[in-house]
Ligand binder design. Structure first.
Ligand code: ZN
Length: 69
């Protein structure tokens, strides 16, 4: 009997959000709900996210800034 029905074991490969390199399950780094290839890439993404949040906050504060009577 052929074992054709047996599903092939495919290792899930994700790309690091920082350097875009494909990551293997065994090597990935889990931080704050996301996977990175190493701690350096995690810090890189964190710095970008913090800056984006600050920019968004500044923009929101500017748009809300209205002269009060
Ligand atoms: Zn990376």
């Amino acid at each position: 009997m052929a074992d054709a029905a047996k599903a092939p074991v495919v290792e899930e490969v994700k790309n690091c959000p920082a350097c875009k390199k494909p990551m293997k399950r065994a090597r990935r780094f889990y931080r704050n709900g996301a996977y990175y290839c190493n701690n350096n890439c995690f810090k890189k993404v964190q710095a970008t996210a913090v800056k984006a949040a600050q920019d968004a906050k500044a923009a929101a504060e500017q748009s809300e800034e209205q002269p009060k009577a």
